[in-house]
Design a protein around this ligand. Structure first.
Ligand SMILES: NC(=O)c1ccc[n+]([C@@H]2O[C@H](COP(=O)([O-])OP(=O)(O)OC[C@H]3O[C@@H](n4cnc5c(N)ncnc54)[C@H](O)[C@@H]3O)[C@@H](O)[C@H]2O)c1
Length: 245
């Protein structure tokens, strides 16, 4: 697989979990710099220190357009350009629909869907100017609908719509836009699922285990690399063979 030599990347929500693994993999593949955007600055700084000199930690709540504008400027000041944007920050606030509060609905939509919108809004103009960009959006298999996740499913399905539309609008500008739909990756988000439900889920994964953050990072690397230069608007499932649960 081609490396990321000379490329500068932003990974949102990279303080831990999937985002941190993507940042680490990008740097192992010789990315020139990775900006760790996270609303938890302590986490972002810990991760940046672990990853070494080419990682910078930037405090950014992706649901706030002004913070995204400031983080974009801070990244430009550090790197001079942004070649790759990974929209990874995301949360769950699960409840069956009849019990789901307006706050649970709004919190998830603001972070999981408005967040990528704000990041694209501020970063895409730079990519258009450069005539080059790679955007990777971390959606979810829950975009197909999932019990107790009306808010999360709607946000992640919306993200697929954003991905496919931007792919068409930006294809002539040297910018590709793709999505990954993970399921059952072993992170804190997954560990929040009650043990009984989790073991039921694992039984119906054809590969019979949770995925690792490194397996997800490998898919993000492919879509961010020039090996994927003729691929745009696709959704890549990374889910151990699971399509319905
Ligand atoms: N773990 C899975 O099985 C799984 C499955 C499908 C999709 N996903 C998606 O993958 C992405 C990463 O999930 P994870 O499992 O690593 O989660 P995680 O909870 O382990 O990590 C999420 C990171 O995002 C940060 N974050 C949350 N809200 C933020 C905000 N508003 N602004 C900036 N940073 C913010 C957190 O501080 C944290 O560092 C999410 O979008 C999630 O929906 C995960």
């Amino acid at each position: 697989m081609s490396d990321l030599k000379g490329k500068f990347a932003v990974v949102t929500g990279a303080g831990k979990g999937i985002g941190a693994a993507i940042a680490a993999r990008f740097l192992r593949e010789q990315a020139a710099g990775v900006a760790i955007w996270d609303y938890d600055l302590c986490l972002a700084e810990q991760t940046a220190v672990q990853l070494g000199g080419n990682a910078v930690a930037i405090c950014c709540d992706v649901s706030d357009s002004a913070q995204v504008a400031a983080a974009t400027q801070a990244t430009l000041a550090a790197f001079g350009r942004i070649d790759i944007l990974v929209n990874n920050a995301g949360i769950t606030r699960d409840a069956q629909f009849q019990n789901m509060t307006e706050k649970q609905w709004n919190d998830v939509l603001r972070i999981n869907l408005d967040g990528p919108y704000h990041c694209c809004k501020h970063v895409v103009p730079l990519m258009r100017e450069q005539g080059y960009g790679r955007i990777v959006n971390i959606s979810s298999s829950s975009a197909n609908g999932n019990f107790g996740q009306a808010n999360y499913a709607a946000s992640k399905a919306g993200l697929l719509g954003l991905t496919k539309t931007l792919a068409k609008e930006l294809a002539g500008k040297g910018i590709t836009v793709n999505a990954i739909t993970p399921a059952m990756i072993d992170t804190d988000m997954m560990r929040a699922v009650p043990e009984k439900i989790l073991s039921r889920y694992i039984q119906i994964i054809p590969l019979q285990r949770l995925g690792t953050v490194d397996e997800l990072a490998a898919a993000a690397l492919f879509l961010a690399s020039d090996d994927a230069s003729f691929i745009t608007g696709v959704t890549l499932p990374v889910n151990g063979g699971t399509f319905i649960y």
